[in-house]
Design a protein around this ligand. Structure first.
Ligand code: DAH
Length: 343
């Protein structure tokens, strides 16, 4: 395209647009004309602009300036027409609405208290250098038990204490069968998945749902959430475990919270402890922890002579309930908006 033809097209466009805007009898017609000429995607002005690319190099400067002048004229014509037609009833003039009154609060949705808690916990642990990983809720017995050093005859594997799934239409009655699948009963499964896929060092948390067939009462629910933590490196020790949990507890529950360890037993840690926080005048158990058992390190191909680590698993509901003084875990899952709106 040569410059002359381009300039003629611009003139033509300016004339037509001004004519159409001036002829528009109401705001609808004007809007249609606006879209036709100034529409962002397929307006005629846009089309002409595209042709500018085909101008010879030495004509581009003049072409560009003329295009801008044309656009300004078209826009001015639109403005003039808009003024002529008035604002078309877009103002709140009289009676019905008093725009000076304060607004009504909108009942928009909000995040569930457990989701809020999870975000908060991720934030705190992120500042302590832990990154977040996810793991599946349907697990095999390797990740839920075997690699975690939970032997075949351990009561934790009992079908009465787990949600085993039917596989290919059949209930797997033998809980030790390798094809058995279950809803994970603990997030410790994610420790195994991470270590299987990552060489040390590892510093992760994983937050998610776990399932146990407990009858619901004020402190039990068949589905709840855990925050699993794992730190593996060349010389991680128990003192660091305590420091991390103390920092976590004071960040989440408040600076006056103390922490204590009680000796305990978990197959996947040695030594093992229960972690209690002093909260609201009494010691409350928030979960278990310990130094990762060498058998677990071996199961994932780590060398227990080279690396050590600690792990912990805390109850998310319990933390949320502690912080917000909720006394019945079932309240979190009744979906009663009067309850949920308080968070
Ligand atoms: N998995 C344990 C449970 O569900 C909690 C736990 C204890 C996790 C000790 C850990 C740990 O990582 O080291 O009861």
């Amino acid at each position: 395209m040569d410059l002359q033809a381009f300039l003629t097209a611009l003139d033509e466009l300016t004339k037509q647009a001004s004519g159409d805007f001036a002829a528009a009898g109401d705001s609808e017609a004007l809007e249609a004309a606006r879209v036709q000429y100034l529409g962002a995607r397929s307006g005629r002005l846009k089309d002409v602009q595209k042709q500018m690319g085909a101008l010879p190099k030495e004509a581009k400067r003049e072409g560009g300036m003329s295009f801008n002048a044309c656009k300004t004229k078209v826009q001015a014509a639109l403005e003039e027409a808009t003024e002529r037609l008035g604002s078309g009833g877009a103002t709140v003039s009289d009676s019905a609405i008093d725009p000076t009154l304060p607004g009504t609060k909108l009942h928009i949705g909000r995040t569930h208290p457990i989701t809020q808690t999870i975000e908060h916990l991720k934030d705190i642990m992120g500042r302590l250098g832990f990154s977040v990983v996810e793991g599946p809720e349907v697990e095999d017995t390797w990740h839920n038990f075997i690699a975690l050093n939970i032997p075949e005859d351990h009561p934790a594997r009992d079908p009465l204490d787990n949600f085993y799934l039917t596989v290919a239409g059949k209930a797997v009655v033998d809980a030790s069968a390798s094809e058995a699948r279950l809803l994970r009963s603990q997030t410790s499964t994610v420790q195994i998945r991470v270590m299987e896929n990552t060489p040390p060092p590892v510093r992760i948390i994983s937050l998610g749902r776990v399932y146990r067939p407990d009858p619901p009462d004020a402190t039990h629910f068949p589905m709840f959430h855990q925050m699993e933590g794992l730190w593996i490196d060349t010389s991680v020790n128990m003192a660091q475990l305590k420091s991390v949990l103390r920092l976590f507890a004071t960040s989440y529950l408040g600076s006056d919270v103390s922490i204590r360890f009680r000796p305990s037993f978990f197959p996947f840690t040695e030594p093992s402890v229960e972690a209690d926080f002093y909260w609201n005048g009494s010691w409350v158990e928030f979960g278990g922890a310990g130094m990762v058992d060498p058998n677990v390190l071996k199961a994932v191909g780590y060398d227990p002579e080279e690396v050590t680590g600690f792990a912990f698993g805390l109850g998310v509901e319990r933390l949320c309930m502690g912080r917000h003084n909720v006394t019945d875990i079932r309240d979190l899952y009744r979906n009663d908006l009067r309850f949920l709106h308080q968070f």
